[in-house]
Design a protein around this ligand. Structure first.
Ligand SMILES: Nc1nc2c(ncn2[C@@H]2O[C@H](COP(=O)(O)OP(=O)(O)O)[C@@H](O)[C@H]2O)c(=O)[nH]1
Ligand SMILES: [Mg+2]
Length: 388
């Protein structure tokens, strides 16, 4: 993924040469803001009662009927796009668009009434065969260069043969042969997913969200991975977080750093603590996530939390972060090979190379070790489900 790390490094280095830390510090803050402030808009459309609202509620992890959730009452069809986002999360907005149906439907007219450019992708839902409106809309969206995902809902009610290519072709064969002729069937088949809108764990639910994440431009992909982390591929998520570790390490060394007992340089421990808490949450190791997974398999939470081996995943306090940073500093480690390009800049930090290099290694290690814990938990869940 390209989060423009080379460009960031160049700008930081130039600022450091020109005016030292006081010139680089605002850039470091701005760089974090640039990544954190991206908002990704995603559209969900289809004919009436195909599951648009329930699909959005499942993506957002909203319970049906709660204040944040999209209404699923049959009388509440949206007349204009309605947006949904998770409380406190500015990065990702799913929009329920008005229904596509009717003899007078024209994709051009439909899209003109929307701010079509803002959407990074379109999920077109259908609970049976896709209608000619869906195909016509998909064709128009493809023509203007938008990503389209064909989502066949209600698959839980009829799972027979759903993995077969013929099943997909049949669902995509719209009523009029005309439209079928124009549908790029290779594209459609590779962008076709079968879901139960009520269950993100089964069928292709995660796959369709991961397809959206993977085909979005780098900054949007990063935002979608972090925002919808519970549906993301964990390796993609980890790699995306890794790219920005040097920026976080430099942040800790120069923005509001504090002295730490026995540490030969200052560090922003509260920032590092928040960062590592975030890693733990997105990799599903916090109590809330473990408790939810444990309930799904009918086990007490400790059955899963006992699988965690990383100290900081169990006991994540600022003191524990300071101790872990000291440990990496005393090891006098080198930065990981992928980050050697940062060395000349790290050399110019107040604590010299050791401060940046140790902080990079700390964050790197936390991500790797949390990832191993996440795999151990996944394995444990699989064992329990198999009845081992
Ligand atoms: N069994 C099953 N029911 C679904 C699925 N998706 C939606 N529904 C049901 O279909 C109805 C319509 O869903 P809704 O999201 O309100 O449809 P919308 O009009 O497209 O927004 C609701 O009763 C949902 O519970 C699904 O994948 N499986
Ligand atoms: Mg609805």
């Amino acid at each position: 993924m390209d989060l423009e790390v080379e460009r960031i490094l160049k700008r930081f280095s130039e600022a450091m040469k020109d005016g030292g830390i006081s010139k680089m510090a605002p850039l470091v803050k701005a760089e974090r803001r640039r990544v954190e402030c991206v908002t990704v808009h995603v559209a969900v459309t289809g004919t009436p009662r195909v599951g648009k609202s329930v699909f959005i509620n499942s993506v957002m992890d909203f319970k049906d009927g709660t204040a944040d959730a999209a209404p699923t009452d049959p009388t509440q069809q949206v007349a204009k796009p309605a947006s949904y986002r998770r409380p406190g999360d500015p990065c990702c907005m799913f929009w329920e668009l008005p229904n596509i149906e009717g003899v007078s439907f024209s994709p051009d007219g439909y899209l003109k009434a929307l701010e079509v450019d803002r959407y990074v992708g379109f999920f077109i839902l259908s609970s049976s065969r896709f209608t000619w409106e869906a195909v016509a809309l998909a064709n128009e969206l493809r023509r203007i260069g938008k990503q389209v995902y064909f989502v066949r809902t209600n698959i839980d009610l009829d799972t027979h043969g759903y993995k077969n290519k013929e099943f997909a072709e049949d669902a995509l064969r719209a009523v009029t042969a005309d439209c079928f002729d124009h549908l790029d069937i290779e594209y459609a088949i590779t962008h076709y997913f079968c879901v139960s809108c009520h269950d993100t764990e089964r069928f292709d639910f995660m796959a369709c969200i991961q397809a959206l994440q993977n085909s979005s431009p780098p900054l949007q992909k990063h935002a979608l991975l972090l925002s919808l982390y519970y549906l993301a591929n964990k390796i993609e998520l980890k790699n995306s977080l890794k790219e920005l570790i040097p920026v976080s390490a430099i942040y800790s060394c120069i923005i509001d750093p504090v002295p730490v007992e026995r540490l030969p340089y200052q560090a922003n421990i509260s920032f590092l603590h928040k960062e590592i808490c975030f890693y733990r949450t997105v990799l599903g190791l916090d109590y809330q996530a473990l408790n939810k997974s444990a309930r799904l398999i009918g086990q007490p939470t400790f059955v899963l939390s006992d699988e965690i081996q990383t100290r900081l995943a169990r006991e994540l306090t600022e003191k524990a972060v300071s101790e872990e940073l000291l440990r990496w500093t005393e090891k006098n480690v080198l930065v990981s090979p992928r980050n050697t390009k940062w060395l000349p800049l790290l050399e110019t930090l107040p604590g010299r190379q050791i401060s940046g290099a140790s902080t990079i290694r700390l964050l790197d290690a936390m991500l790797e070790q949390f990832m191993d814990d996440a795999y151990r938990i996944q394995r444990k869940i699989a064992e329990i489900l198999r009845g081992d």
